[in-house]
Design a protein around this ligand. Sequence first.
Ligand code: TRP
Length: 364
Amino acid sequence: MANEKIILTGDRPTGRLHIGHFVGSLRRRVELQNEGDYKKMFVFIADAQALTDNIDNPEKVRQNVIEVALDYLACGLDPEKVTLFIQSQIPELCELSFYFMDLVSVSRLQRNPTVKTEIAMRGFESSIPVGFFTYPVSQAADIAAFRATTVPAGEDQRPMIEQATEIVRRFNHIYGETLVEPQIMLPENAACLRLPGTDGKAKMSKSLGNCIYLSETADEMRKKVMSMYTDPLHVNVSDPGHVEGNAVFTYLDAFCTDEHFDRYWKDYANLNELKEHYTRGGLGDVKCKRFLESILNETLEPIRQRRLEFQKDIPAIYDMLKRGCEDAREVAAATLDDVRRAMKINYFDDAELIAEQVKRFSGQ
Ligand code: TRP
């Protein structure tokens, strides 16, 4: 059905957003927003979820709420078209999470591959915070409270959306059709699914220092691009090179279009031709890096400029978020009304229940 889509997605505020976020989801969100082919669109800052594995560093989360909001606005998310809000300000999400906890088993949570990896990464094996362990349940509540049909997110979020779908299905099975089963919307190509770090490592991560941030300057970015991991076997320009596992080419896969060749490198018509030359030998890394730098700058410069503009009026950003929270809360509250009604825990609005109890206690 046209225009029945409800889009929801969010990010943990644990750092500024980087180009992995951009190709993995942000770019798509802005397109979705501008296509307007949806009933509502929500994008939120998952501060409560961020706290589940930052118990020792709540200040980091607090500081990064505004960073993420600025990154959103800089990328072009428009509060007129999208409800931008902060997770912790919607108490209905806690309420729904509490009921959802009954619909999932500990062993099912333990099987969630994303949680498994994260537990290992954070050294939580011996002592997992309960809130962290159950965050997929809370994430299911985030999604269900807004009746999201569509969740644009990276590949790593697939197990979360699957778990949310199972929980919603179970809820509807027990209490009757009330909530909407969500679907993940993945990025269009493999390079965007999981953009590696500039060092070629699997993932961009602040602690590895291998991220290119949306908000960094052109100078900072140039240094990172010029020191990017390429092909260790490509020692001399004349050597044949490998594009697979070569971070420069993975980034080109994620960012480069044919028009970029027209603008910055007329020697080739498209990325395939460039890859062929590199593979054959005779093409140096520095040239490829310069090309990548031009493309990244073209993409990021407008984002940097918009961010600088938004940074000039920080109180306005908090005001915008506050309004977003108010709108979001109304929507979540309406869903929770339906949930309570379906669960028949809306005791005081339930005339039938009261009549039933009158009958029971009048000895008939
Ligand atoms: N888990 C997501 C992340 O790590 C953030 C998130 C929380 C989210 N709730 C969500 C994403 C609901 C999509 C839908 O970035």
